[in-house]
Design a protein around this ligand. Structure first.
Ligand code: FES
Ligand SMILES: [Fe+2]
Length: 436
């Protein structure tokens, strides 16, 4: 049964006990899911891909997110632009999902043609009064953050994308993610609500038991622990790690590599957290032995001990290391299904078989993704059951789940009208549509 009346959505959003997981319907309700697509995914900046996937004029990347086809194109002028991937005639999809190289954007239906900047340049038999200038592709806001592409579908994008850009440009510029390449890409459809996928990513409470490959390089203490529940030797290990990361952070920053944690969570429209993390073992990379998977370092890096620059957003997470980066994005498909898209990035000149092997490059996160997919499906099976009573997040190891849940509630409430009504589509004077 649908519960899409605005009042029921508002009631659902207000029904979480702080410090606890969401009530069952928040992971299953179709009406709430539709409102989330509109508010969280079309009215907030979302990660959509990498600039290096569009290396030259005419490069294009198409993907579907939140019921909208997005088309990113590098124009003849070299500028990346975002559009709605739908013809302005009768809406046909212009470019199939994935990467393409285009000379112009030709609609397969009645052959209207657009240039690489989105202008309509050919439309046959439309009559003397037809104005091609009024029928260019619908633009979508696009922001290149040090090679990570973020899109905002509706008008009035939050200005605090500048905070994300400032923080990440300082951290990622030496890695030249804009001049790298995607060595491998994997899609996994997880049988869980998108929020369970994000919650799972925001804690490592489950890591030791479930992620043997990841734990070879990942230090779970970084995301909190309860000193009272550790053995004396574990506590000593945790304290040694804290001392090491404090010293490394100081040394990295002194060397011009910003590293301290920055958290823009509740109170910020654009949700992100970043920190340069120290990896375990040899500390070079998220591989099974902690050593680099690619012999060529990213960008203009000369040292391999720069840790893992991690970045979280509300639809993504990233790990950027000296030898490679792994970028993850999620696309909600239904209240109970979420696409997880993972991309492994190496230096543009790295050659498979010489500088890296796909097996070694991808094995840790492929295994971790599989393990996480199983865990979130388990969580969905009970968390969305109508009789489930949500338990508390650990105040030590799941603080970031609470931070995400609180951000989500705040952003949903901010976009629901005072009356609790969902946004209404209205026509504007310039012919575009906007939500009122
Ligand atoms: S729908 Fe594209 S030309 Fe008709
Ligand atoms: Fe996990």
């Amino acid at each position: 049964m649908r519960h899409d009346a605005p009042a029921s959505i508002r009631a659902l959003l207000g029904s979480r006990v702080p410090g606890h997981g969401f009530p069952p319907a928040v992971y299953a309700d179709p009406g709430l899911f539709d409102a989330e697509l509109e508010i969280i995914f079309r009215r907030h900046w979302i990660f959509v891909g990498l600039a290096c996937e569009l290396p030259q004029p005419g490069s294009a990347l198409a993907l579907d997110v939140a019921g909208v086809g997005l088309l990113i194109v590098r124009g003849a002028d070299g500028v990346l632009r975002g559009f709605v991937n739908a013809c302005r005639h009768r809406g046909a999809r212009l470019v199939a999902p994935g990467q393409a190289t285009l000379r112009r954007i030709l609609c397969p239906y009645h052959h209207w043609a657009y240039d690489l900047e989105g202008r309509l340049v050919a439309a046959r038999q439309m009559g003397a009064g037809f104005d091609p200038r009024a029928h260019g592709l619908t633009p979508v806001h696009l922001r290149d953050v040090a090679g990570l592409l973020y899109a905002h579908i509706r008008d009035d994008p939050p200005a605090d994308i500048d905070d994300l850009a400032d923080a990440m440009t300082a951290r990622l510029a030496p890695y030249r993610l804009d001049d790298a390449k995607v060595a491998h890409e994997e899609d996994v459809v997880e049988q869980a609500n998108w929020k369970l996928v994000i919650e799972n990513n925001r804690e490592c409470y489950h890591c030791a038991a479930s992620h043997p490959e990841l734990c070879a390089s990942f230090v779970t203490y970084d995301f909190g622990y309860d000193p009272a529940s550790l053995t004396a030797s574990q506590l000593a290990e945790a304290e040694r790690h804290e001392a090491r990361i404090a010293a490394a952070t100081q040394e990295w920053e002194a060397g011009g590599h910003p590293s301290a944690a920055i958290e823009h969570l509740t109170g910020h429209p654009t949700h992100f957290r970043t920190q340069r993390l120290l990896m375990a073992g040899d500390g070079e990379s998220q591989t099974r032995d902690g050593r680099a998977a690619c012999t060529l370092k990213l960008g203009r890096l000369t040292r391999s001990d720069l840790g893992d620059v991690h970045l979280w957003g509300h639809n993504c997470w990233h790990h950027v290391m000296a030898d490679h980066a792994v970028c993850f994005m999620i696309v909600p498909l239904s209240p109970t299904e979420t696409l997880l898209r993972t991309k492994w990035i190496v230096h543009r000149d790295a050659v498979e078989g010489r500088d890296y092997t796909l097996d070694r490059l991808t094995e840790v996160w492929k295994a971790t993704n599989r393990q996480d997919a199983a865990l979130v499906a388990l969580a969905q099976s009970g968390a969305a059951s109508p009789v489930h009573v949500p338990g508390p997040y650990s105040p030590h190891t799941e603080r970031q789940c609470e931070a995400f849940a609180a951000w989500y509630e705040q952003r949903m409430q901010a976009h629901l009208g005072a009356s609790g009504s969902t946004p209404r589509l209205v026509a504007r004077d310039d012919g575009r549509r906007a939500f009122a």
